[in-house]
Design a protein around this ligand. Structure first.
Ligand code: HEC
Ligand code: HEC
Length: 378
């Protein structure tokens, strides 16, 4: 009791002389077999920032005509994707890429489908907020209006003060971005049936078919785990116990429009950023967690089902074969093609489906906070 009084007194003094109040230490909600993510030194985690970030992520005031929020394209029930091949922004214009899942983004050393330079959540979100190719939230040139919209809401004044006491709760691009990034880092998905089977000692958590699919996935014939391995089912990973992040981009032979491996010119992958011909058609291997709920697939949403990804893409050395062209000469050495029976396709899909984490897809901590406020206020 006495300690509590002293702590309260110190906090009051700290606030009075303008020092940041001692924040509640942040505790990650992780199973023991998962290492902690890397957090940038200038944006430490706090519960107050996470809470604020969640309100902002779901707030349509973040778009020019107040019609879209981050969550419009990143919906929880769909693993934070939107079920569309490509998503319209505030002007109805669609871009060339499919919205990505956000589970475990805290572990990604590079963000988005094919940009080696996009390395921080705090800066990635400036693309949907202010980008014009395509226009998504459409806020370029409207920063003062954005901060004004938020500042008139007493709820935000309170949340910003709590999240950024050292900045007197100022509403700026930096505080908005840091809060959303903190929320995104809490989107952790490690409770699928496969996790319970593999790490939780529950031998019956997945079906016999999914177990056969697991063998196929990790086997030499299909080679899936070369690019989709590790605890997050991708070869792009960083965490607190790694000295250097692992970063990789691959050409899976999805396109071969000229017989020499070219991709459509408006969507050539990493080459669009580096202008290096060796980067033609290279994309990041996405995590396969919750993959059964994030259709359609690939960077442009061009494949509708997991069966087709396996049968008409990987089994045939890339879709180019399916399209009547030759397999791409630029495809990765692990895209060799394979024979696969109908039963084996079903087993592999069974394994991929065992990566669906229902608790994550329904977790109230990640849901729209404006919904609960609306339903609890008569
Ligand atoms: C109009 C749809 C749309 C909106 C709105 C949108 N996004 Fe996205 N998001 C996308 C698309 C498309 C991609 C893939 C972009 C690419 O590869 O070029 C993406 C990618 C991402 C990624 C990278 C994920 C990964 O695995 O690397 C993050 C993080 C992200 N968005 C967060 C946000 C946040 C935060 C907001 C709100 C400020 C937001 N998005 C608003 C469509 C959208
Ligand atoms: C050489 C590396 C590599 C190998 C091997 C590989 N993948 Fe992929 N995978 C990728 C890349 C890169 C993408 C994204 C390609 C794109 O969008 O153009 C991808 C995309 C996917 C997608 C769609 C993901 C999404 O979010 O849309 C699925 C599903 C998938 N792979 C499953 C598999 C399976 C199953 C195997 C084994 C049969 C496999 N992959 C083998 C690199 C690989």
């Amino acid at each position: 009791m006495a300690y509590r009084c002293i702590a309260v007194a110190l906090t009051v003094v700290a606030l009075w002389i303008g020092l940041p109040a001692a924040a509640e230490p942040y505790v990650w909600d992780l199973p023991p077999w998962v290492p902690e993510p890397v957090v940038p030194a200038d944006n430490p985690m706090s519960f107050a920032k996470v809470e604020l970030g969640r309100y902002l992520f779901y707030d349509r005031r973040l778009s020019a005509n107040q019609s879209l929020s981050c969550a419009s394209c990143h919906q929880q029930a769909l693993g934070f994707t939107d079920g569309k091949a490509r998503s319209p922004g505030v002007d109805g214009e669609v871009g060339v890429r499919s919205a990505m899942a956000l589970a475990n983004v805290a572990y990604l050393p590079v963000l988005t489908w094919a940009n080696p330079a996009q390395r921080r959540l705090e800066t990635q979100m400036l693309v949907p907020l202010f980008g014009d190719n395509p226009v998504e939230l459409g806020m370029m040139g409207k920063e003062p209006e954005l901060f004004q919209r938020l500042a008139v809401d007493p709820l935000y004044r309170r949340l910003f003060r709590r999240a950024f006491p050292e900045q007197q709760g100022r509403i700026t691009l930096a505080t908005v971005a840091r809060a959303i990034a903190c929320f995104e880092r809490t989107l952790l998905s490690f409770n699928s049936p496969y996790d319970r089977y593999k790490h939780g000692g529950d031998a019956d958590a997945i079906s016999e078919s999914a177990k056969r699919g697991e063998d196929l996935f990790y086997g030499e014939r299909l080679e899936c785990s070369h690019c989709h391995g590790g605890f997050n089912f991708t070869d792009n990973v960083q965490h607190a116990k790694m000295r250097f992040p692992e970063v990789a981009f691959h050409n899976t032979g999805l396109y071969n429009v000229d017989g020499r491996g070219a991709y459509p010119p408006d969507n050539p992958g990493v080459r669009a950023v580096t202008a290096d011909a060796d980067d033609e058609g290279k994309f990041r291997a996405p995590s396969l967690r919750n993959i059964a709920v994030t259709a359609p697939y690939m960077h442009d949403g061009s494949i509708a089902t997991l069966e087709d990804v396996i049968r008409h893409h990987y089994a045939l050395k890339g879709l180019a074969v399916f399209n009547g062209a030759q397999p791409s000469p630029l495809r990765d050495q692990f895209i060799e093609g394979f024979d696969i029976s109908d039963d084996e396709v079903a087993d592999l899909v069974g394994f991929l489906t065992s990566l669906t984490d229902d608790r994550f897809l329904k977790d109230p901590r990640f849901a729209d906070p404006w919904d609960t406020r609306r339903s609890s206020t008569p």
